[in-house]
Structure formats: structure tokens, C-alpha cells
Design a protein around this ligand. Sequence first.
Ligand SMILES: [Zn+2]
Length: 169
Amino acid sequence: MTFDFKDFMNFINFQLFKQSNYEKSNSTTKIKIPISDEAKKLTSLLLKSQTETDRQSLGDELLDELADLAQIDIVNLKISETKQYHKKRNGKVAMKRYGYYKPGDKYIYISNRTAVRGQILAPKTFLDTLLHEWTHHYDYQKLGLNSIHSAGFYARLKDIKEKLGYFAY
Ligand SMILES: [Zn+2]
């Protein structure tokens, strides 16, 4: 294998990209969008919702509203009634996946049932997952980031939750 100047420059560019992506992700701690009363109302309704049908319609409405407020593309919600995907190690749950979103996807997927017992997720857990995946969407569309779980990412998630009144319940 040869390692020429072009490979070297590609390597440097990739390292610089990774570093600037990380720095931007980590230093952006606020989600600077106006929050409407409608968005707050939908949040409070979601925090009282139990059924998959209610969560689907309220979740869709909240995602539409947030897309409008942030002026980014709409992302849809797909709630699955199956249990969370999980892996076990020595008989214990070692990893659970609540939901996912891939850059450029038109969908956020959320499993509405707990991994082992298959119970409906607590409202706060459901909404936390929804907003977590939405923050990835926001990072990708609004901030132009390869969205990673930096401390800044979690600060943005906390910021949007505070603004929506998530912690008031
Ligand atoms: Zn994530």
C-alpha cells in the first residue's frame, strides 16, 4: 500500500472535519428557535398520554410544529408497538435502543414498549426519546452537523425540554 500526498491531505481534512464537527457540536448549547404556545400545549398533552394512538397523533403534531418553528424539513414519527431492541449479557439487559433517526431520514422511530416486560413507556421516557431524536434531526438540518452525543448535544436537548415545559411535570 502506498501513502501519497493526496491520501495524506484526505487524512488531514478528515481529522480537521472531525475536530471542527466536535467543537461546533460541543460549544452549541442552546436551540435558538421561538417556542409557540401550541408546542407547549402539545408537550403537556404528550406528558399525559398513554396510548400508542395518542402518542402517534400528538407526536406528529409536535414534530410538525417544531419543524415550522426551526424552519427545517418535517420529520415523521413511526411508533412501533414492539419491545425496545435490546441485548443481554449474563442474563441482564446490557443495551437498549429507545428510538433512532439517521441523517436525512424522513422518520424518527420509537419503540413504545419496554425491552423486557413489554410495558408501555412512561410518558416522560417517550417524550425524552422523541426530543432526543429530534435534536439529531435539528443538528443535521439546522446546524449542518454530523450529529454526535457530545456534552453540547445533551445541553441542547435539555434546553429544548426546558423551553417546552418538559420539566414542569
Ligand atoms: Zn442519539
